[in-house]
Design a protein around this ligand. Sequence first.
Ligand SMILES: C[S@@+](CC[C@H](N)C(=O)[O-])C[C@H]1O[C@@H](n2cnc3c(N)ncnc32)[C@H](O)[C@@H]1O
Length: 278
Amino acid sequence: MLDGLHLGTTVRGAKRSLHYVKDAVSARVLWGWTPLVPEDAFAECSSGAIRALKNQGHGPFGTYLEFGVSRGTSLAAMHHALEREGLTHVPLVGFDSFQGMPREAQQQGWLPGQYHSTISATRKYLQTKGVNADRVRLIEGWFKDTLTQDTVTRLGLTKASLIMVDCDIYSASREALWFCEPLIDDMAVIFFDDWGWRADINEVGQRDAFADFLSAFPTLSAEALPTYLPQARVFLVKRQVAQAGRKREQASAAADRTRNAQFRARRVFGGVTDRYKI
Ligand SMILES: C[S@@+](CC[C@H](N)C(=O)[O-])C[C@H]1O[C@@H](n2cnc3c(N)ncnc32)[C@H](O)[C@@H]1O
């Protein structure tokens, strides 16, 4: 016979299992998914960011990097904005665990596993959105394992012009920003989707990560651009000119190394001047 204590434990256990099943189903099916980013507003804002870079004389455009893809709403919106602005050659690379938020998200106000989409559900979603799959690379895994020099070499990354940091928490945002730093040439636009909108409960992860980033790399400065949501922020990040030249040399040396590595593999296997004050 079940006493009160056992009944409580059983009910809690059943609720947890139900929750787990619901999450597992919603990670895989396309119906019933609530977009995590407002598609049209983000696409519009992305077009504005692209035009801002062009107006500043930025070019040729480097890769779009996204940290936190989930189902792929922002990635699809950026793809369409790039097409609209005539940048049909720019590759898009999305990084995600495809297991939802990491365990450490718990201490930072999010739930482990939250926003879970599987890589195949995301691929299907991107297809339904008319995204050209040839331009997109999805990199599955925790950032601590995927944001490495080996990934840079393997993907032939030399420059990033548009960067979406939508991984919400401080630790992941920090990993993303540090990975991007060597890929920022003269300038880039960085989008943050969760700019401390829960500051009342001390949730300021992305804001803190960006502040630390600008302090760690003083040759970078940032200017706010129009945003797409009150809790999101968009920055034009510029590098001091002398440094940008050096970065270009480093990038071209890295590109040479990648080309040489790929060649060897084939042979073997067949403003804005003010710093943004936070
Ligand atoms: C809010 S969702 C991204 C929403 C997405 N941009 C969209 O438009 O739907 C945040 C994503 O960040 C990913 N994420 C957070 N921390 C991560 C980490 N350390 N490594 C890999 N992925 C991470 C989660 O898996 C989750 O899918």
